[in-house]
Every structure is written in C-alpha cells, then in structure tokens.
Design a protein around this ligand. Structure first.
Ligand SMILES: *Cc1c(COP(=O)(O)O)cnc(C)c1O
Length: 382
C-alpha cells in the first residue's frame, strides 16, 4: 500500500463499487433504449418478427458468420447446438471441468457424457494437448469454453478436431468480440453458443442467447429445433424445444451492439491497470495471462492467490469491495455430475481453490481500480 504513490480514499469515490454494473450502460443510452422498448410494445410484434431478425443480421455482420439464430438463453444455445449435431445417448463430448455448469448440464440432459481434460494453469482454458488421449470411438465433439473472455487455443483444437473428424462447438458465452489470431470467436468452430445474460459483456435486460454457424444445414437444424422441431406450423418433423429471444431484448441488444467494442476496450484498460499494480508481487498474486494470439474481452479479471485467498476476502469484505469466485467447485467434483474425484484435474482444482475475481465492467474508473488493487495488496499483507 505504501508503494503506491497516488492514494484514493473510498470517500472520494462517487458510488459504491460494483462487481458488474448492469445499469451504467443503460444510463448512458437511456433515451435510445427507452424509445426502442416502447416501440416494440406498441408494435405488438413481441415474438420473432422484425426486431429479432434485425438483431440476428447485425450479429452475423459483427461476428463474420453466415447464420446467427437467436434463442432464449446461453444454456439453450448449447443445447440447441448439441441437438443440431444429433448427439446420441452415450456419445462423448470433450470439454473443460473449469467453467459454468451449463456446459456439462446440457450434455448430460441429452444423455451424452462430458469427458474432461484439465486446463492450462495460466489461461484457465482447456489444455489442447490433453485432448487426444481422451478421444474414443464414442467421441463426437470438442466443446471449448472461452473462459473469462479469453479464447481457448482454437488453432490446436481445430487441428485435432479435423484429424479425428470431430465437431467443434464453442461456448462463447463470456467472449463475444474476443479474437484468436485476429479472427473473432463464434466463427472458429462448427457452431457457437452465446449468452446475453445481463452480466455478460453484451447483456440484455433479461435472458437471451444465440447460436452461430456458417453451415447452412446446421443453421437450418438449429432454427427448426428451437421452433418445436417445426418448419411449417403444426407439422413437426423432429424433436424440438421452445427457445426464443423476446423482441424487446432484441431491440435493446441492437442498440447495445455498436458499443460493445468500446465497452470491451474499457474493460481491457481496467485489466491492464490492475495487472500493472499486481505485477510487482508475483509470489503472492498471479495476474491473468493472455496468450499472445488471443485478444481477451475481459469478462472477468481473476487473480490467483497461491498462498490462499481467505485473508484477501476478509479484507475486501471489511472495506465493502465486492468479489466473486468463478468457480469454487470444478465440474468433475459437482454432486449433480459426480463424475470424478479429487486429483483428476489438478490445475482446475488448484484454480478453484485459489482464484478470486475482482470487480470488472465497462464503467469501472481508474480510481476505482487503484482503490481495489490497493486493498487486495493490503489483504495479502503488502
Ligand atoms: C453464462 C454462461 C452460460 C449460460 O448462459 P445463460 O444465458 O445464463 O443460460 C454458459 N456457459 C458459460 C461459460 C457461461 O458463462
């Protein structure tokens, strides 16, 4: 704390620090968003229709994909993608144990099996070099998650998938706008799933999701499945579900999308500022590492505290700074899936035990970042 020359006292900050600021972006574009919502309400076109179509085309253009199909949530997007490849009970999907449960949940719901590979300790993303040992005759797909906004190593994952004739489904829920080798995620696999949950970088004011693909027949399958397996009203050709994006959410997202890159840049500036402060103390704080080929959109800024996170948490609680732990239990150790035991994936387990996410959003000021960082340092005893 003494080592930072510029001190910012909590009292000088205008508002309490937020973990995510879902209202700040609304305030900046309130007039536009209010009138768009009212327009949808007055149009009577609440489901599908022009607002949803307009947003889908805008996303196709932004991501550089041929098809963007809106649906009800990111979880649904994963399920629709898995149903579109016609995953069968007993088939296997290779994925990461260090992610939000939705990934494994949808695989399990369809009777398929999630087969995990450990993560790279520096990026928290699935280690591609561990994939080939897990491929069996039942393997159908690889499902990388671009965790915390950083793309997984898609060059290697695609190479392995091609060699073994596997499908790649990207879980891009946390990474809309991120790039690998200069290419945007969502266009790097056969299919991708996006979430518009309010706290995501591109967040709606409710639930929402999207599947993207550049394959015409997969796109057709996703659209049909999301619409009760029906192409012609009251004629059902395959098993489907009901998964739609509300027109109100589509209208809001259409207004937010053009600002996404600028918001992601603000997050990136905050991340750089955090890391510049922490990098002087590598023994006690490991800053998030971004692969040189990756462009992260910083959905989260998560540090690893190898000597234990409890003292930092206690200190942050005392001074009223929010924090979170993504994720405290890796999926192979979750009761619902009970598919492994401690020691199976040491890197994921170490991350789960030592990781700590600090406030990260587009409205974070540099004074706030400095104040938070200073308190983290105090928490570790510096
Ligand atoms: C948020 C999230 C999901 C699920 O998205 P919802 O819209 O909440 O259903 C899936 N995977 C990851 C990695 C996520 O972060």
């Amino acid at each position: 704390m003494k080592k930072l020359d510029k001190m910012v006292e909590f009292e000088t900050l205008s508002k309490p620090i937020q973990m995510v600021d879902v209202i700040g972006q609304y305030r900046r574009y309130q007039n536009e968003i209010d009138s768009a919502v009212l327009e949808v309400v007055r149009s009577g076109k609440y489901i599908n229709g022009p607002y949803v179509q307009h947003f889908e085309r805008a996303m196709e253009e932004y991501l550089g994909v041929k098809h963007a199909i809106a649906c009800a949530s990111g979880t649904d997007a994963l399920q629709l993608a898995l149903m579109a490849i016609d995953i069968k009970p007993g088939e296997e999907v290779i994925t990461t144990p260090f992610t939000f449960a939705a990934t494994t949940e949808t695989i399990a719901l369809l009777g398929a099996r999630a087969v995990y590979v450990d993560i790279e300790p520096q990026t928290f993303n699935m280690d591609p070099e561990a994939i080939e040992a897990k491929i069996t005759t039942k393997t159908r797909a690889i499902l990388p998650v671009h965790l915390f906004g950083q793309p997984a190593n898609m060059s290697r994952i695609r190479e392995i998938a091609k060699k073994h004739h596997l499908i790649v489904i990207e879980d891009a829920a946390q990474a809309v706008g991120a790039q690998w080798n200069g290419e945007k995620v969502c266009g790097l696999g056969d299919l991708a799933a996006i979430s518009f949950y309010p706290s995501k970088n591109l967040g709606a004011f409710g639930d929402g999701g999207m599947v993207t693909t550049s394959d015409d027949s997969l796109a057709h399958a996703v659209r049909t499945i999301a619409n009760h397996g029906s192409e012609r009203t009251y004629y059902h050709d395959r098993l489907g579900v009901n998964s739609r994006l509300d027109a109100i959410q589509a209208a809001i997202l259409t207004i937010k999308l053009p600002h996404l890159d600028e918001w992601n840049d603000s997050r990136s500036r905050a991340a750089t500022a955090y890391s510049m402060i922490f990098e002087a103390y590598p023994e006690v704080i490991r800053t998030p590492h971004v692969d040189s080929r990756a462009n992260s959109i910083w959905h989260q800024y998560s540090i690893v505290l190898p000597k234990g996170r409890e003292p930092v948490i206690e200190h942050l609680k005392r001074v009223g700074i929010p924090y979170n732990i993504y994720y405290p239990v890796p999926l192979h150790l979750q009761k619902a899936y009970a598919s492994g035991s401690r020691g199976d994936f040491p890197n994921a387990e170490f991350a789960a035990d030592h990781i700590l996410a600090l406030p990260m959003h587009s409205e974070l000021t540099s004074d706030e970042v400095e104040y938070i960082a200073r308190n983290v340092l105090e928490g570790v005893g510096i």
